[in-house]
Design a binder for this molecule. Structure first.
Ligand code: THU
Length: 138
């Protein structure tokens, strides 16, 4: 599937899962769809908690769903939210995503179709350098 078609498919999945977000505190619903190198798509939405710090973002829930199904390397993630500017993953999500693939493309779109794109390495350089003697390549 050509990239553009793939991205619109992921955006469609992310828009749909966003409707399941549990966001009674922020009222800010987010959906994410992640594509594995095997071509499979997994999705997640944000799940908030009355103890605010326990909230899990859409991106981390999408990664967890993927890993639970056996996928471990990812080509791209598409995030959808209703914000003026496309959102970018928080620091915790960047670190969790980088566990699996620094080269992954991060694409974020708002409901008007405004888009932001970067590689994960651009958003979080040197994510593993030095930790447990891991060599830092980015
Ligand atoms: N949120 C995400 O799920 N992903 C992002 O990239 C930005 C923020 C969620 C966390 C919280 O439930 C709400 O949006 C407001 O921060």
């Amino acid at each position: 599937m050509p990239n553009k078609q793939n991205i619109s498919k992921l955006a469609k999945v992310a828009r749909k899962v966003r409707e399941h977000a549990h966001a009674p505190y922020s009222h800010f619903q987010v959906g994410a769809a992640i594509e594995s190198y095997g071509g499979k798509i997994f999705s997640g939405c944000n799940v908030e908690n009355i103890s605010y710090g326990l909230t899990i973002c859409a991106e981390r829930n999408a990664v967890s769903a993927a890993v639970a199904s056996g996928a471990r390397s990812f080509r791209r993630i598409v995030i959808v939210a209703d914000s003026k500017e496309p959102v970018t993953p928080c620091g915790a999500c960047r670190q969790v995503l980088s566990e699996f693939s620094d080269a992954m493309e991060v694409i974020s779109v708002n409901l008007d179709g405004k888009e932001f794109r970067a590689t994960l390495a651009e958003l979080l350089p040197r994510s593993k350098a030095g930790i447990l003697d891991h060599p830092g390549s980015t």
